[in-house]
Design a protein around this ligand. Structure first.
Ligand code: FAD
Length: 292
């Protein structure tokens, strides 16, 4: 099912993100974890794509398995920055052959090697170039793009970030998924600004349950997200006790999701980090709200 159709549903719903294994030996255990998450019957599942090869080779295999065995709609991520036009063309064909109808079109992060290389020789500089190529391929995929309530780390200001976001939507994005954030007011403010800028496609907020203290540092480094004091206190208090931190992190994410639903958001995407127990707990906390 195309996410553009699915997102017309006005009932609160949950979707989950998983990532493919980093090594061949981890494949079976990751596959099992993604299947456990699929059994929760989320509205859809996204499968990430490693920017420089590595984990990217299993993205489609995992997405296809979830779709075929559990009838859960899937969204395959695809990055372009280190790719050639030929490899992207081949990937689009593979996505179609796998029966996947949704693709998240991303630039990918700039590694130090890429930063040091000659940008003039790149086939793709921005996600918008990939979106245009997918459209031009005639593949009839439903395309999503990434957006950043706290602006993309490379952007000089939010005005430019939103200007380029609008270019992505005009090029053919049917929906946007946000970077993680820990303060919902940042999202509401962002939504107000992008709607004013004429971006009308559905925006799926991405919520990351922080379930161990080490994750906090990694999450901030990756996303540059602002940590509200309420969240910092929770990590300070429970960070050294794994079980307590997990419970507190799940409660914080649940609270964030309930507030999003209460403010008119219908689908929330949970960065479940291949943890079926975390996904299950969040879903069961919301059972009477999402009605499963
Ligand atoms: P772009 O939309 O190309 O934006 C990148 C930067 O360039 C921004 O600062 C933007 O303002 C600027 N820009 C855009 N267009 C122009 C232009 N025409 N002129 C000048 N500046 C411009 N990474 C992975 O490797 N694999 C994944 O699976 C993955 N999944 C993700 C899912 C989500 C929901 C999010 C939010 C991020 C994900 N990422 C993933 C990370 C992503 O690849 C990085 O954040 C990357 O740095 C930017 O990707 P983008 O598609 O947003 O890029």
């Amino acid at each position: 099912m195309k996410l553009s159709e699915l997102l017309k549903n006005d009932k609160p719903s949950l979707s989950f993100e998983v990532f493919p294994p980093k090594t061949d030996t981890a494949f079976e255990s990751v596959k099992r974890a993604t299947e456990e998450i699929a059994k929760l019957r989320p509205s859809f599942m996204s499968v990430t794509y490693g920017a420089g090869g590595g984990t990217s080779r299993y993205t489609l295999e995992i997405a296809k398995n979830i779709k075929e065995r559990y009838a859960v709609p899937t969204l395959a991520h695809l990055t372009c920055v280190s790719s050639t036009r030929e490899t992207v063309k081949a990937k689009i064909e593979q996505i179609k052959t796998a029966g996947i109808e949704n693709v998240m079109a991303l630039r990918g992060d700039l590694t130090p090697e890429l930063m040091a290389s000659d940008r003039g020789s790149w086939d793709y500089r921005y996600a918008v170039d990939l979106i245009r190529d997918i459209k031009e391929s005639g593949a009839e995929l439903c395309i999503g793009g990434a957006c950043y309530p706290e602006i993309h780390p490379e952007s000089a200001n939010q005005k430019d970030d939103i200007k380029y976001l609008k270019e992505k939507v005009d090029a053919g994005c049917s929906f946007l998924t946000t970077q993680m954030f820990f303060d919902n007011n940042l999202l509401y403010n962002f939504l107000y600004k992008i709607r004013e800028a004429g971006i009308t496609v559905p925006v799926i907020p991405g919520v990351m349950p922080i379930t161990n203290a080490n994750q906090v540092e990694r999450a901030i480094k990756l996303s540059g997200s602002f940590m509200p004091q309420r969240f910092k206190s929770l990590v300070d208090k429970f960070g050294t006790s794994p079980d307590a931190m997990k419970q507190a992190g799940i409660a914080y994410a649940t609270d964030q999701i309930i507030d999003l639903y209460a403010n008119g958001i219908t689908n929330v995407h949970v960065y479940s980090m291949n943890k079926p127990d975390v996904a299950e707990k969040i879903q069961s906390n919301l059972l009477d709200i999402i009605g499963k």
